[in-house]
Design a protein around this ligand. Sequence first.
Ligand code: FES
Length: 157
Amino acid sequence: MKIEFNKEELSDIEKIKSKYPQVKSAIMDVLWLAQKKFGWISDEVKQYIADLLNLPYSHVHGVASFYTMYFKKPMGKYHLQVCTNVSCMLSGGEDIYAHVSKKLNIGHNEKTEDGKFSLEEVECMGACGGSPMIAINEDYYENVNISKVDELIDSLK
Ligand code: FES
């Protein structure tokens, strides 16, 4: 895939840039757009964004490598994030993570051979009131249990 935003996306980026006093503040939004389009944040993507925003590559790399929400390698079509932080851990998050890992036969930051699922054990996702929770791509599922998670995964197979 050619690493290039189209006209519409470039126009969206201009709008994003206009929200901030400094262009470097737009970087997280632009990285997110890039991940949606290209699937993950490769070195080539980081260089493209650096050129696009007229920022040093090292700055783009620094932000992209610091935040775990930016993928460092291609992930599955469905990226499952299982929270095992305190609230979720106390309500079964670790068991859910272990179950999903065994069910899909993959570990942290790995993807299934068919590329359909990837798994990530994550820190608090800000949904503690609905713990335990998992996220599938950008959708949150709260108050889940192992059978509910099985249902969700099986519905995507
Ligand atoms: S501890 Fe899991 S969402 Fe906060």
